[in-house]
Design a protein around this ligand. Structure first.
Ligand SMILES: Nc1nc(=O)c2c([nH]1)NC[C@@H]1CN(c3ccc(C(=O)N[C@@H](CCC(=O)O)C(=O)O)cc3)C=[N+]21
Length: 300
């Protein structure tokens, strides 16, 4: 089988188009402009690139972008004070604190100080609990983007065997909850899983989210399965010249594409969908904050 490539870049452009349409309508009919605040502590170059592209796309869909760049040794007190200010700012509908934070800051404490209604990452314990009990919540962007692509490709996911490789709070666990919500039979596998290759071979849907370059080879993939590759790993690419690098996923793309029914590429797969879903979540948060009907098809 030669896999159909799921074009996350095109899919994300479509989601952003839908968001932009709703934003325009909100402005026109209600005089409201959604606002997203992004907080970056420190100067990690990869984070800076990512924050810049979020800011740019936020403005492109017609929303307000507020960037807060804080010094790497910002105190917890100062960071919490900023979050408190953003929580109480009516122009801000979504707050994202870029992770990871410098070591001296307590990530759990910081995330849980964000107003859950503005927690567009869906990381606040209150949103985690709401998702786990099937109640309306803010859903983490990466898993939401994966779910949208899976639903688009399959229609119903009911009864499918899904294996999520990776158990992180930001991808693996919420992804499993979403798949369960769509009536998949869900397995969460991880580094201690026995017979991992055989566990993955059972899957109709494989979501790889471990952060290890090309760790899932093609011969773990069941013929015709759908493969969602969440990993974005930068590795050396001496074949491109000295000091050059390239991006690869957690899946060995070529061998997996030879067996899968459908597969997301890296780059151009899950990554762009993550940002598109961040914008969708900001719009959703804005609609909820104003008691307005939220957009269809942009939430879980
Ligand atoms: N609170 C928080 N929320 C996040 O969602 C969050 C975060 N912190 N910290 C950092 C990670 C990383 N992340 C990415 C999203 C999109 C691409 C993306 O669009 N990547 C492009 C490639 C970009 C390139 O060429 O480097 C792609 O996959 O096609 C990458 C990385 C969100 N993160």
């Amino acid at each position: 089988m030669v896999a159909q490539v799921i074009d996350g870049k095109a899919f994300a452009a479509n989601v952003r188009g839908q968001v932009a349409e709703h934003v325009a309508k909100l402005k026109e009919e209600n005089g409201i402009t959604p606002g997203l605040a992004v907080v970056l502590v420190g100067e990690d170059p990869a984070s800076q690139v990512y924050v810049r592209s979020k800011g740019k796309q936020t403005v492109e869909v017609g929303m307000n972008s507020y960037e807060h760049k804080l010094d790497v040794d910002t105190s917890e007190e100062d960071l919490l004070a900023l979050i408190d200010k953003l929580n109480n700012d009516p122009a801000v509908h979504g707050i994202l604190v870029q992770l990871p934070l410098p070591k001296h800051l307590n990530e759990d404490l910081v995330i849980n100080s964000i107003d859950p209604a503005k927690d567009v990452d869906g990381f606040h314990i209150s949103n985690v609990g709401l998702l786990g009990t099937g109640q309306k919540s803010m859903v983490p962007c990466t898993p939401l983007g994966c779910l949208m692509m899976l639903r688009d490709h399959h229609g119903s996911l009911s009864g499918m065997d899904a294996v999520v490789v990776g158990r992180s709070n930001i991808v693996g666990k919420p992804m499993a909850q979403l798949l369960l919500g769509d009536s998949c039979t869900v397995t969460i596998a991880h580094s201690r899983t026995k017979d991992l290759p055989d566990v993955v071979r059972r899957a109709d849907i494989v979501v790889a989210a471990v952060g290890r370059p090309e760790m899932v080879p093609g011969d773990w993939i069941k013929e015709g399965a759908t493969v969602i590759d969440v990993g974005i790993n930068r590795i050396d690419a001496p074949e491109k010249g000295e000091g050059k690098t390239r991006l690869v996923g957690d899946v060995h793309y070529e061998s997996a594409a030879a067996r899968a029914g459908a597969i997301t590429p890296v780059p151009g797969g899950v990554g762009p969908m993550t940002i598109a879903c961040l914008l969708a979540n900001t719009l959703t948060a804005c609609c909820r904050a104003n008691g307005l009907t939220e957009p269809e098809g942009l939430t879980a």
